[in-house]
Design a protein around this ligand. Structure first.
Ligand code: NI
Length: 388
């Protein structure tokens, strides 16, 4: 099934929804306006069931097919924006100071709404499609909250699928891989306590800055000396705060950053080595290091059978040559990880064409790709059970 004529017909209307959402970005779980917009549309399309308030502000729509019994599959979009000041200069730019849709979640939500509209009016599929709109993808774990709130069991979801746009992947192309696709994203903070004093008598102080500098250097050896060289781990120190005067050795220094990994082994290794290096280097200098480690999203793993289904559906929609099925993994995080931990599933990337990168103030979702996204979802629903 190539791009649907109906999806082309819907393009202008869906782009209008997208721009409406773009004008009114909301953060994390605080997506009340967006969730109300989504729920109202799903009801108007005639979904069999519309449930709001799942995972705090998530919305779910149930659409039963007319082609007989079959599996229930979940299609997921995200609704939240970012705390970024928009610089696109578009006439539909954010009207909320300091907030913008800089990751295209406005586009994801609109494309899935378009697909829901199509599927509710045609019903040309077996089984049931559950459309899932989640809050707080950008670090809040909205996906986890929806799963914890019973998403999979309550709606009987057997498999779950996601889609994210990708800047600079050409329009008309899709990209996917089997296995780890997005990284586990953990955060750390190290508080080093020494002994403050006069900068002229360092012998009477314990300098947390010198200690901290050595810790920053030593953390580079986690990737270069500890991890399996053919595996992936990123250790980035992104903050170093200490001191307030040129002639005072401060009492404390604080270092913070992120560790990103594609395997549970490297995730354990990263935490274990970071703690050992920080605590022991501090001890060697007579200082102490207190390590705070916050686990973020787990690795987002695409399951093999579902990735194959997605790649096949994308080829049917966009053509053989338009689908990359062995994409490189990305070291960014993706909250969809909790959904593919709960059920077999896969996420695909859809080309956004030449554009500023995700999370950049000049980024904009490309409305041209709307018919492709809708057609992909529709084909996945109509092909459910056939390809598996
Ligand atoms: Ni995103």
């Amino acid at each position: 099934m190539p791009i649907l004529n109906r999806a082309h017909e819907m393009q202008a209307e869906v782009a209008e929804w997208r721009r409406e959402l773009h004008r009114h970005p909301e953060l994390m779980f605080d997506v009340h306006r967006t969730a109300a917009f989504v729920a109202e549309k799903l009801k108007a399309f005639g979904c069999d069931e519309v449930v709001s308030g799942l995972g705090r502000t998530g919305v779910v729509g149930v659409i039963r097919g007319s082609r007989g019994a079959g599996e229930t599959i979940g299609f997921r979009a995200d609704m939240d924006a970012l705390p970024i000041k928009e610089m696109t200069g578009k006439d539909y730019a954010s009207t909320v100071p300091g907030k913008m849709h800089a990751c295209g979640h406005d586009g994801h939500t609109s494309m899935l709404l378009g697909a829901a509209h199509y599927l509710a009016e045609t019903r040309n599929f077996a089984g049931t499609v559950v459309v899932i709109f989640q809050p707080a993808e950008e670090g809040g774990g909205g996906g986890r909250e929806m799963v914890d709130d019973g998403l999979m069991d309550r709606f009987g979801i057997a498999r779950v699928y996601g889609m994210h746009n990708m800047p600079n992947l050409p329009v008309g192309q899709f990209s996917i891989r089997t296995g780890p696709f997005f990284a586990a994203t953990d955060e750390f903070r190290i508080r080093i306590t020494g002994r403050g004093g006069h900068a002229a008598w360092p012998n009477q102080a314990i300098d947390p800055i010198v200690t901290g500098a050595q810790i920053v250097q030593a953390l580079q050896t986690i990737a270069s000396r500890n991890a399996d060289p053919v595996s992936s781990i990123v250790v980035s120190v992104t903050q170093f705060h200490a001191g307030s005067a040129h002639n005072v050795i401060p009492e404390e220094a604080e270092i913070a950053g992120t560790v990103r990994t594609l395997s549970p082994e490297n995730r354990e290794l990263g935490e274990e080595r970071l703690r050992a290096l920080a605590e022991n280097i501090a001890a060697a200098h007579g200082a102490t290091a207190e390590v705070m480690w916050r686990r973020g999203y787990p690795v987002m793993v695409n399951h093999s059978a579902e990735s194959d289904i997605c790649a096949q559906i994308a080829r049917e929609v966009a053509g053989e040559a338009a689908v990359e099925s062995d994409a490189r993994p990305l070291m960014g995080g993706e909250d969809f990880a909790y959904m593919t931990e709960a059920r077999p599933g896969a996420m695909i990337l859809i080309g956004n064409g030449p554009s500023a990168g995700l999370h950049h103030p000049a980024y904009d979702f490309n409305d041209e790709i709307i018919p492709l996204g809708i057609s992909y979802w529709a084909a996945l629903a109509e092909g459910n059970g056939k390809a598996a």
